[in-house]
Design a binder for this molecule. Structure first.
Ligand code: NAD
Ligand code: IPM
Ligand code: MN
Length: 350
């Protein structure tokens, strides 16, 4: 069996304990992993003036996959600095253009919706769009101040994320929802709709429906079972996947894979949630989103569906035992971060 080299960046806040829980699960998953930890975080920024060393991207390039906890500690470092110094450059430098975020309600977990039989795969464009970083400010601090942030949609970028979405739909239930706001944004979003039609011509077996982002938000709450693969731009996908997390029982369950489908550089795996400064140090963080991201690493980076399924089964068994961190407990929480992680480990090893 090959040894896979994993770079782990626990980052800030609850990123640290949930990454440790997930790495313990990864080590027991049956995959042969060699993990190298990098302590890059807001503390690194305060100590060195940068979130990661100047050769950080080059260092990561040599790994088979990257595992990340969370980045950001707004009380110490502005988010606009920390995220643009670590998380976002990795996604762009390694062409991790497909951000895959599954949303389904695990048996026994209580979500806020009446309908529980949904299984949505959000495919979020991850390298351009509203996150292109193109823009600037002039006349700063004066009454004439202007701020511009330009969304950039390239033919290459839009086509490749749509194709990725269609391929996922083919492996699932054959339905693709393309999300835009083409009734209001007449350049970029009309372009996206046109590209959807063009790519759809190569996938006559896939049922395609276009939705506007506002209507999609309502649909994810009112009729989530009607959705299969949902493809959206960077910002729309970001917002939809916190909504997806909410309907699956909370951010503590939402996993995420930043995939480079061509495998020309490492992919990165991380929970959807952030560093949660409001609960840090209390043992209250739910580690399952990160543990389930580890399952995505096994599935997408190592292509070991068998091991990913084992991890997901162990998560289910821990939930079946009744273990609940405070974020998902109906009443009194029954466990801490470490206890839930240990229960998943126990079921993985038994
Ligand atoms: P957040 O996701 O950190 O927290 C939102 C709410 O959800 C908080 O109340 C938090 O306690 C709760 N929560 C999140 N994850 C949880 C878990 N695993 N278990 C239990 N409760 C959980 O979002 P935020 O508060 O907007 O952001 C905090 C920081 O994290 C900011 O610096 C932000 O930019 C950053 N952030 C980073 C990432 C990332 O690294 N991928 C993602 C989102 C936010
Ligand atoms: C996410 C996060 C990031 C994003 C932030 C922290 C820049 O919210 O991964 O969903 O918007 O992509
Ligand atoms: Mn987000």
């Amino acid at each position: 069996m090959n040894t896979h080299r994993i770079a782990a960046i626990p980052g800030d806040g609850i990123g640290v304990p949930v990454t440790e829980a997930a790495l313990a699960v990864a080590a027991a998953s049956g995959a042969r992993l060699e993990v190298t930890r990098f302590d890059w975080s807001c503390e690194t920024y305060l100590a060195t003036g940068a979130m990661m060393p100047a050769d950080g991207i080059d260092t990561l390039r040599g790994f088979d996959a990257i595992f990340l906890g969370a980045v950001g500690w707004p009380a110490k470092v502005p988010d606009s600095v920390s995220l643009h110094g670590l998380l976002l450059p990795i996604r762009k430098a390694f062409a991790q253009y497909a951000n895959v975020r599954p949303h389904r309600l695990l048996p026994g977990v209580e979500g806020p919706l009446r309908r529980t039989d949904f299984d949505i795969l959000c495919v979020r464009e991850n390298t351009e769009g509203e996150y292109s970083g193109a823009g600037g400010r002039v006349h700063v601090g004066t009454r004439d101040e202007v701020a511009v942030e330009t969304a950039i949609f390239t033919r290459h970028g839009v086509e490749r994320i749509l194709r990725f979405g269609f391929e996922q739909a083919r492996r699932r239930r054959g339905k693709l929802a393309s999300v835009t706001k083409s009734n209001a944004q007449k350049h970029t979003m009309v372009f996206w709709d046109e590209m959807t039609d063009r790519v759809a011509a190569d996938y006559p077996d896939i049922e395609v429906t276009r939705y506007h982002i506002d209507a999609m938000c309502a649909r994810m709450v009112m009729a989530p079972e009607s959705l299969d693969v949902v493809v959206a731009s960077n910002l729309f996908g970001d917002i939809l996947t916190d909504l997806g997390a909410a309907i699956q029982g909370g951010l503590g369950f939402a996993a995420s894979a930043n995939v480079n489908p061509e495998r020309s550089a490492p992919s990165m795996f991380e929970p959807v949630h952030g560093s949660a400064p409001d609960i840090v140090g209390k043992g209250a963080a739910n580690p399952l989103a990160t543990i389930l991201s580890c399952a995505l690493l096994l599935r997408y980076a190592l292509q070991r569906d068998d091991l990913a399924n084992r991890v997901e089964d162990a998560v289910q068994k821990a939930l079946d035992e009744g273990l609940r961190t405070p974020d998902i407990a109906a009443g009194e929480p029954s466990c801490t971060t470490d206890e839930l992680g240990a229960a998943v480990l126990k079921h993985l090893s038994s």
